[in-house]
Design a binder for this molecule. Structure first.
Ligand code: AR6
Length: 181
């Protein structure tokens, strides 16, 4: 499924983010930026050991912030590493921290003049954010950014599995119905 937002298009796809050919892919990392499981582990495996070497120079990353590296062996030339909230420890701050991940990742993409970026569903794996709560926040934050900033042309959400895809599809349909795009 896809929808327009400002000058850009938001695409939803089921798949593996490490295979994407967007200029940047986003990593759902942890504050050390030194690798882990889930999408983080998959990105480090696909990029090769040079990614970890570059990450070691970054000094970690706060929850809700984002930092950029090269993509090394992957098709994507850049990786934007962001750190989502742990759902059960963030409490009431969880929605704002999750929104900040998407906003900061897009700001970093804009600062680097990137035109296309792919996101995974941040925080909805090991960090326990329910998909049905995370999807509307992710899509609304991205849509608001694209409606107020030029430059980025394609934002792709790469959903790992049918359940994740369906949660995002429903949230995108709701946004279209509310005319929030
Ligand atoms: N492509 C796209 N999405 C994926 C892939 C993939 N190759 N692999 C998993 N997902 P998670 P988090 C989905 O746990 O919740 C790591 O250890 C997955 O199904 O990767 O933000 C980090 O180092 C889920 O929907 O990230 C942190 O310690 C989504 O990606 C911690 O996990 C996010 O799941 C971050 O937890």
């Amino acid at each position: 499924m896809e929808a327009r937002a400002g000058q850009a298009v938001i695409e939803l796809l089921q798949g593996d983010i490490t295979e994407q050919d967007t200029e940047a892919i986003v990593n759902a990392a942890n504050r050390t930026l030194l690798g882990g499981g889930g999408v983080d582990g998959a990105i480090h495996r696909a990029a090769g050991p040079q990614l970890l070497s570059e990450c070691r120079t970054l000094g970690g990353c706060e929850t809700g912030d984002a930092k950029i590296t090269r993509g090394y062996k992957m098709k994507a030339r850049h990786v934007i590493h962001t750190v989502g909230p742990v759902y059960h420890s963030a409490g009431q701050k969880a929605p704002e921290l999750l929104a900040r991940c998407y906003r900061r990742s897009l700001e970093v993409a804009s600062e680097n003049n990137l035109k296309s970026i792919a996101f995974p569903s941040i925080s909805t794996g090991a960090y326990g954010y329910p998909l049905r709560e995370a999807a509307p926040i992710a899509l609304k934050t991205v849509a608001d950014y694209l409606n107020s900033h030029e430059g980025i042309q394609t934002v792709r959400f790469i959903l790992f599995g049918k359940e994740a895809y369906e949660a995002y599809e429903e949230a995108l349909k709701d946004l279209l119905q509310e005319k929030a795009l």
